[in-house]
Structure formats: structure tokens, C-alpha cells
Design a protein around this ligand. Sequence first.
Ligand code: KG4
Ligand code: ZN
Length: 336
Amino acid sequence: MAVTILAIESSCDDTSAAVIRDGYILSNLIAGQDIHVSYGGVVPELASRAHQANIVPVVDQALKKAEADPADINAVSFTQGPGLLGSLLVGTSFAKGFALARNIPLIEVNHLQAHVLVHFILAKDGKNRLPDFPFLCLLVSGGHTRLIVMKSHLEMEIIGNTIDDAAGEAFDKCGKLMDLPYPAGPMIDKLAAQGNKKAFVFAKPRVKHLDFSFSGLKTSFLYFLRDRLKEDQQFIEKNKADLCASLQETIVSILISKLVKASQMTGIREIGIAGGVSANSGLRNGLVREASRREWNLYIPPFSYTTDNAAMIGITGYYKYLRGEFASQDVAPQAS
Ligand code: KG4
Ligand code: ZN
């Protein structure tokens, strides 16, 4: 019998619903929240209100697009955490209500594990190569920068972590200093394509083992701009593309050097990236070069599965369903 799962993601500022059948995505809808742009970051209170307004229409559209009836759904999976508590509560409560009403299993999903498991979603033609285990994945988003070893679909070990800001935060905070709209990562990526990545040099942190640090980069970027602006008020406007290219080059080289180190330390050559920053073209291109040099099997997710989405909650829910790992109705969201 086919297994059809309704998946809900509401950990931060995207309300998303997906329908997945036997590992194939039938629909994956995302309602973003523009309201945060004018604040330069996600406002938790506003995020949970927007989730509350969006959740029913988004689920409704996801079911329609998948041509699925609520009666076709075998289980509902949802993001339990980490994330913003008020945001998580909306998805959790909706999933509980849906499961209760349909008398179907409820499956709680860890958001980080889900980002990594996008690599196990089957493409429409079913011809994509899936990673072998152990699989080493660099998870880079607005909230996380982690090196994760997947030993099986549901067993993960974190072998590296950021000690302060996440890589996405570095993009966003430095972007804010250049007056770019939030989140600045995509815009920096775009502007970087027209700039010279060697124009400016920013110090890279020395962090032990497989850990990362990005707060120093943000501070040195701030001081650098402050000094240059004293000499020329138009410095940022005149050099925006070069600033973006140089900043991106610094962040990408920090990420790639730790990933190379992790591969050398673990001996793993099945390598992937996931999370919002995995959409970055500098990171993607740099890794393609590294993979051919080091004979890695490299897995880069489609753009639609990089930022927060419910398809990833669906694929994780699917593997938990196969193992019979269900949650009870008293399950609570976990912010961190
Ligand atoms: O995974 P995600 O949607 O949300 C979190 O779980 O944090 O990641 C959002 C982050 C933001 O920091 C955003 O600036 C960054 O991903 N991002 C990018 C790009 N696209 C999204 N950063 C650099 N280059 C991009 N193309
Ligand atoms: Zn995420």
C-alpha cells in the first residue's frame, strides 16, 4: 500500500505544507512572511500570528495540488524543533488536530535532520542518486552551521558546530551593514557575481577542531566599512559588488575548508550540503571544484529544498513512518 504523508513546517517565518507519497513529493507549498523585511529580521510574535493566518490555506492548497483528499493521508508529520516556540506551536497544534480528526499517526520531526534528509527525496523520474551511508553533510542556514554525519536515515552525529553566529547570519548581518534588505544572503550572492572576490581581504577565524565562528567576521566587516566611510561617504555604493564578492568568498572558504577537514578526519567521501545557505552559488561552485579534485560524490539539493520547506519534513516523516516511530498527542514543541 502506498504511504501518503502530509507534512507541516512552521519553525521560523515560512509556513509550508507538503504531500509526499512513497518518497516522491506531490506538492510543496511555502507561504513566506514579508512582514519581517521592514524590521530587518524575524519578529517572533509577528511570525506566529502569520503562521496562524496561513496554515489552513497552505495545507488546503498542498492537498489540492497533490490531488489528495484528507482521507488519502496515512500520517501527518510536523517540525517539533528547533525553532521559535510560538511558530512551532502553530504547526504542532495543527498537526495534532489533523491526526486526531483523521485518526492517523502523528510524527514529530527534527528540523536539522530534515534539512539533511532532502537528499533522500526521490526526483520525479526516480533517477537521482541517493547518498550512501555514512553521509557527511554541511548544514548551513540562518540559524545553524553544523557538520553532520548521517549513519542511517534517522541516526545523526554532529561533529562540528558554530560557537557563535551561523553562516546565514553572517550574510544577513553584513548585508544589513550595507543596507541590503533582509534576508541579505540571496542579494549578496547576486551582487557577488558582478564583483571581484579578491578586492578586499577579511580575516578568517581560527577555531579549533571542526567548529565554526562568524561573529568576528561581522565585527571586522563593520570596522572595515566604518574606516572606509570616513574617507568616502559613498564607499559602500561604489564598491557594493566587490564587497559582496569578497565577503562571500571569505564565508565560503571558511565553510569549505572545514568540510574538507571533516572529510579527511572521517574518511567520508559521500558529501552534501543543505539549508538556506546551500543555495549560494559561490559555495556550490567551490564544492563542485573540490569534489572533482578529491573524488567526492557530491550532493547539492535543488533550490526549492534549500530554504525551509515541508518536503523535508515529509521525507523524514516517511522514514519514521516506515520504522513505526510515532508521537503521542502530548508531544510538545522544542524551541532548542
Ligand atoms: O534554512 P533557512 O531558510 O532558514 C533557517 O533555518 O535558518 O535559511 C535562511 C538563510 C538566511 O540567512 C539567508 O540569507 C540564507 O539562508 N540564504 C542565502 C542564500 N539563500 C538563502 N545565503 C547565501 N546565498 C544565498 N543564495
Ligand atoms: Zn532551516
